[in-house]
Ligand binder design. Structure first.
Ligand SMILES: [Zn+2]
Length: 394
């Protein structure tokens, strides 16, 4: 890596903090050592530089499905079937290609759900920041088996990325596994209240998920449902805390958002996945008003057309038009970073030089943010830890 600098017409340290014209300089480790107004008489590039985007939730090893059902249970079965025939090499190759796709339009950090233990070093080698959560499944696991699984998975290396655990969801992980994960790691990522069938299963012990678990041999004999919704169950188990992120939250029940807010946990929504399954829009503006951090994520290409945080920004801006561009941008930067518990999503002295550029023209900061959020200004270059990962126009 080499030290470097950029002098540009506009620099967004955070949506409410801009420098114009500006100079950003970084050292050989990719750490920002200068962030200031540019001196007169120097060459200023006609660019606006913004903090790198933070993808709050992704599964970068998953590929597109051959048959791509748009309803959830058939989709789950297709995902399970697609794993057959995969190899460590194919998983690594797909994760590396996914990083290239994400970096191309401005993503520099990710919350990766690592199903195999192979993602961390691949992502770190490409300079990506963020957190790598080891995925945990096992609705049938008792305390002893849960502890053994958590010990093994928590020992997996994550390269330079921060570590975490992802007990998949309340209907696919046993209470013992959720508790064991929470004991082993402060940082948890959990799919939560994604479908009505998940809530039905937790309330009644019946429905399509009961059938699927029993077919997979994972419904313990004598199983008794908790008779509450997903959020209540997670709160009872003590796994809702400020370092927990909950993914999707499509089917929250009365009082759930207050429970989430009081716990300090964060939410992540994936507009591409919402469109894929033609789901109703969750009440993101209301969650934000309550003070819950709400990040954006791409999820995987098994339930999204592409891996592009710029596309997620545009979809979010279209889905919740009442949100100002600065708030939508915050969802893809500071809010997503808050959910991951990592220092990303803003440019500051000592932080990583993670940023992307768009053409600036004569636009004001507000106009640049609106153009970025609505997809009217293409990403022309991305830097991860000061290393340019896309060509810079002359
Ligand atoms: Zn997911």
């Amino acid at each position: 890596m080499a030290e470097g600098s950029l002098r540009v017409r506009l620099l967004c340290c955070a949506p409410d903090h801009w420098l114009a014209p500006a100079e950003i300089a970084w050292d050989a480790n990719g750490r920002i050592v200068g962030l200031r107004r540019a001196r007169r008489g120097t060459r200023i590039r006609d660019l606006a530089v913004l903090p790198g985007l933070v993808n709050g939730h992704a599964h970068l090893q998953l590929g597109p499905l051959a048959a791509a059902p748009r309803t959830f249970l058939p989709w789950v079965r297709a995902v399970l079937a697609a794993r057959v025939g995969e190899t460590p090499r194919s998983f690594r190759a797909r994760a590396a290609a996914a990083v290239t796709e994400l970096q191309a339009d401005g993503t520099t950090a990710v919350g990766e759900i690592d199903g195999t233990g192979l993602s961390g070093p691949v992502l770190a080698r490409r300079g990506l920041a963020g957190r790598c959560y080891q995925e945990l499944f096992g609705f049938h696991l008792d305390e002893r088996a849960a502890n053994a699984l958590v010990r093994a998975r928590h020992a997996v290396r994550s390269g330079a990325l921060a570590r975490g655990l992802s007990p998949h969801a309340p209907h696919t992980t046993s209470p013992a596994l959720l508790r064991a994960a929470a004991r082993a790691s402060r940082f948890l990522s959990i799919h939560c209240a994604e479908t009505a069938e998940e809530q039905q299963f937790l309330h009644t012990g019946r429905g399509p998920f009961a059938d699927l678990l029993s077919e997979l041999g994972r419904l313990p004999a004598g199983f008794r449902p908790p008779r509450c919704g997903a959020v209540t169950l997670l709160a009872r188990l003590g796994v809702l805390r400020p370092t927990t992120q909950l993914i999707h939250a499509q089917h929250l029940e009365r009082g759930d958002s207050a429970t989430i807010r009081d716990s300090g946990a964060a939410l992540v929504v994936c507009p591409g996945t919402i469109a894929w399954f033609r789901r109703p829009l969750p009440p993101v503006p209301s969650w934000l008003r309550q003070g819950i951090p709400v990040g954006l994520g791409t999820d995987s290409v098994a339930s999204n057309e592409r891996l592009s945080m710029r596309a997620e920004l545009s979809a979010a801006a279209a889905a919740w038009p009442e949100l100002p561009p600065a708030m939508v941008f915050a969802m893809a930067t500071t809010h997503a970073a808050r959910g991951l518990g990592v220092a990303a999503g803003r440019l500051r002295h000592g932080g990583r030089a993670d940023c992307f550029a768009v053409g600036a023209g004569t636009d004001s900061p507000a106009q640049v943010l609106a153009a970025v959020v609505h997809g009217h200004a293409a990403t022309v270059a991305t830097w991860t830890a000061g290393r340019r990962t896309t060509a810079l126009p002359r």
